[in-house]
Design a binder for this molecule. Sequence first.
Ligand SMILES: Cc1cc2nc3c(=O)[nH]c(=O)nc-3n(C[C@H](O)[C@H](O)[C@H](O)COP(=O)(O)OP(=O)(O)OC[C@H]3O[C@@H](n4cnc5c(N)ncnc54)[C@H](O)[C@@H]3O)c2cc1C
Length: 377
Amino acid sequence: MNTISYWEQQGFGTADWVVVGAGLVGLQSASRIKETYPKVRVVVLDEHAMGNAASLRNAGFACFGSAGEMLDEIARTNELEAVGLYEKRFLGIQKLLGRYGADRIGFQASGGTEVFSTDDEAGLVIAQVSALNKALCGVHGKDAFVVCDMIPTKMNVVKSGVFCPLEGGIQTHLLYRAVREEALRLGVEIYEGMRVADWDETNDFVELHMGNGMKIIAGRLVICTNGFTRRLIPDLAVAPARGQVFVTKAMDVLPFEGIFHADKGYIYFRELGGHRILIGGGRNLDFVGEETMDMVVTDQFRSHLKSYLETVVLPGRTVEFEYEWSGVMGMNENRNPIIGWHSNRVCLAVRMGGMGVALSSWVADEVIEVVKKDLGV
Ligand SMILES: Cc1cc2nc3c(=O)[nH]c(=O)nc-3n(C[C@H](O)[C@H](O)[C@H](O)COP(=O)(O)OP(=O)(O)OC[C@H]3O[C@@H](n4cnc5c(N)ncnc54)[C@H](O)[C@@H]3O)c2cc1C
């Protein structure tokens, strides 16, 4: 017996555009489509409430790639790809700030700092700072990296770190709220609790089938499911990558502020308001085990990151966590996003490579360029 009401199905019915995924990328892509074509019906579908996957589960770093991370990226791809990706992230943050405003998204221009645990690691990165600055100066006309003194932070790290003056922190919930409000204001319809199971594409439309038995006919589809994309398109080069995050209880005044990177960007931490520290990452401990969509936290990562805080960040202090969660990123050796037509009526905007906060506004602008080119307007 069909338990879907006539009214539910009528209300759902048809749309000119359906965007799958109400994360930062899906919502901003939907906004750009609706802004460009105000008369069309744009519907966003998400299986979870509040963009459960990554957009409300990240660390809120407005970052583009620390020096160590850039060198790692160059080793995995090449300098051209790595600089191109850095530029997309940098432009993405500028677009976010321009579109929503620094205050509204809680942006703090604190800068970011990369810390090192061994002299060898520090030496390798610091030796490349001026070459990296040269490679990146075309992006923003300033030095991306400056060697800095870590002693005032009282961390148990090598005394020289690398400061990234252009980075900062955002308040993730404020950014998500601003992006969602914009979509609603423009007239985008957002439906949660809608898991897209699959679709059939014809010459004229796409028929999407939900896990709950409902269906919707769309003129065109944009897939913004990032780390979950393999469930819909199994052979696409986007692997799920879980990121685990922990937030301490409130502590005494901390001897540092801002955002920090360590271990080629695999570990990240920041001071949150209220003297708490957010710490996350460590995926390089177990790449295979973390290639999962299962959003749990594990004892292995909890104790690894707790120990890092107690021995490196706040040496000699005991920390207790009050919050812990995980989210799923869309990853590949090449962390450049995939944006473009997958078929005649299905467009992709996926694979944010772990920095989709930074990339999201840039990606949404690319989506609308792809759409305009296809529609000829
Ligand atoms: C722990 C962690 C820390 C991070 N820290 C940072 C950071 O500091 N800075 C930074 O720039 N980036 C960071 N990121 C990455 C950033 O959060 C993501 O790249 C970004 O949020 C991706 O946005 P998105 O919209 O592409 O995907 P998501 O936010 O993952 O949204 C995808 C949506 O698709 C929905 N969905 C999936 N499949 C279906 C389906 N079949 N039907 C319906 N809905 C579906 C999901 O429910 C989800 O809401 C972090 C990520 C994690 C996990």
